[in-house]
Design a protein around this ligand. Structure first.
Ligand code: BGC
Length: 446
């Protein structure tokens, strides 16, 4: 029987994503490193340690990414390496990043570079932090410096990774290295300053590199009232969704603060993004009042839930989030999407079902230009330590040994062919055949 194929555009970017602190190892000069040394901060007392040893040898994993047919990779820079003390820039760190970025180009992998992915130089959090406008000046200077030194190798930049997750986890949940001032007022003040940081970095980069694309990687999730929920649940789902999904890009789009940030304009913020980046993982069922903080982790009755109760597998949500950002009329990149699945029992079907939604969006001419799977290799998963494995490549942090998971083999076939086919589904996720490729299963042998 002829294969059915979902074919992606020839110039589609097929990548994976990582973040500096999660893969580099020995990032001793940032707030995460210090936090990890304190009792009770990280599940089972895990530490990032050598992580995936990228500072010494990112090239080995880049070889694996290239072999996997990847033509793109999203990584982040560790600010605390580049500027170990205020105003002191370390040229050897910048040289190492040039090497890594060049190694990507040499392998046909286009870099997308994030400036801030959850970790901060110690000097910043000890003195100023994001509650102070001084952090904005520092961030602008850092952005200008790296654009100047590395910009020729970086066509796409992300200023800040998941600003609302960062604010929530740091100022409200205090599960990320928490500053001296926490709570709602501090969270809102930090959000306003992160918007300022973004605007400042956007223009600092564009000044050096007018042709670069600069945006934000925004975590977006589906928030729905729990089944059988009441009007208050429904109202709360709408509020949370606005706060988490929309408020940030709406502020960027119009250049002014939106509820509940207060009122007023932020200088140079309006239209300060060239693409929308979506990090999509899951859907939440919402009820009011929530038991713990803003959100309870509640999933649907038949939900397929990933390791450690991380989230529900809900592929339709990625399509919904793509539709949600169409209003900005910008190219869209899926800057992260993945699942913690140590045994790799779910990831192959996760890949196929999520990519099908992206293909569906592209078929409607929605401008989705690339997909960066989280992640290339198992890495240090923040407050959950090494308990959650997102890699297409499995890695043992003790021995640094790696091996390609089944899902990695599948992703290799997808990236190399630029398509998802019924034949792949048959081999990697046969349970999906009826739902995704009806009538394409090979006839049963008598
Ligand atoms: C973050 C990553 C993280 C991933 C999986 C995203 O929220 O950007 O750093 O590892 O989700 O939890």
């Amino acid at each position: 029987m002829a294969q059915a194929k979902m074919i992606f555009p020839p110039d589609f970017l097929w990548g994976t994503a990582t973040a500096a602190h999660q893969v580099e190892g020995n990032n001793t000069n940032n707030d995460w490193w210090v936090w990890e040394q304190e009792d009770g901060r990280i599940l089972h007392g895990h530490k990032s340690g050598l992580a995936c040893d990228w500072w010494q040898n990112a090239e080995a994993d880049l070889d694996r990414a290239a072999e996997m047919g990847n033509n793109a990779h999203r990584l982040s820079l560790e600010w605390s390496r580049i500027e170990p003390e205020p105003s002191v820039f370390d040229s050897s760190a910048l040289d190492r990043y040039r090497q890594i970025l060049q190694a990507m180009h040499d392998r046909g992998i286009e870099p997308m570079v994030t400036l801030h992915h959850f970790s901060n130089p110690l000097w910043l959090v000890e003195k100023e932090d994001f509650n102070s406008g001084v952090a904005v000046d520092y961030f602008q200077r850092y952005a200008a410096k790296v654009a100047d030194v590395l910009g020729d190798l970086v066509p796409k930049w992300v200023t800040i990774n998941e600003p609302m997750v960062y604010v929530f986890m740091r100022y409200l949940k205090k599960a990320f290295p928490a500053p001296k001032q926490t709570g709602w007022a501090a969270a809102m003040q930090a959000t306003r300053n992160l918007l300022r940081c973004h605007a400042a970095a956007y223009h600092a980069i564009k000044e050096k590199q007018p042709e670069a694309l600069v945006g934000v990687a925004k975590n977006m999730a589906v928030f729905q009232p729990r089944p059988g929920g009441n009007r208050l649940d429904n109202w709360w789902a709408g509020r949370i969704s606005w706060l988490f999904n929309d408020m940030w890009h709406e502020s960027l789009q119009h250049g002014r603060l939106r509820w509940p940030l207060g009122q007023g304009r932020i200088k140079h913020l309006a239209d300060s993004f060239d693409f929308t980046g979506i990090n999509y993982y899951t859907r939440f069922y919402v009820k009011f009042p929530p038991r713990g903080g803003l959100l309870d982790n509640e999933w649907g009755p038949d939900a397929i839930v990933s390791d450690g109760n991380y989230g529900e597998v809900y592929p339709d949500g990625i399509f919904q989030m793509i539709k949600r950002v169409l209003r900005y009329d910008k190219p869209i990149y899926i800057t992260e999407n993945g699942i913690p699945d140590q045994a790799d029992g779910i990831r192959p079907s996760f890949l196929i079902t999520h990519l099908r939604e992206i293909w569906r969006a592209i078929s409607f001419c929605f401008p989705v230009m690339g997909y960066y799977h989280w992640s290339l290799v198992d890495n240090f998963e923040w407050e959950r330590g090494w308990t959650q494995r997102f890699g297409l490549i499995e890695m043992d942090p003790e021995t640094q040994e790696r091996h390609l998971r089944q899902s990695g083999r599948l992703y290799r076939e997808i990236c190399r062919s630029g398509s998802v086919t019924s034949d792949m589904a048959q081999r990697y996720a046969p349970d999906l055949m009826d739902a995704i490729f009806p009538g394409q299963s090979p006839p049963a042998v008598a």
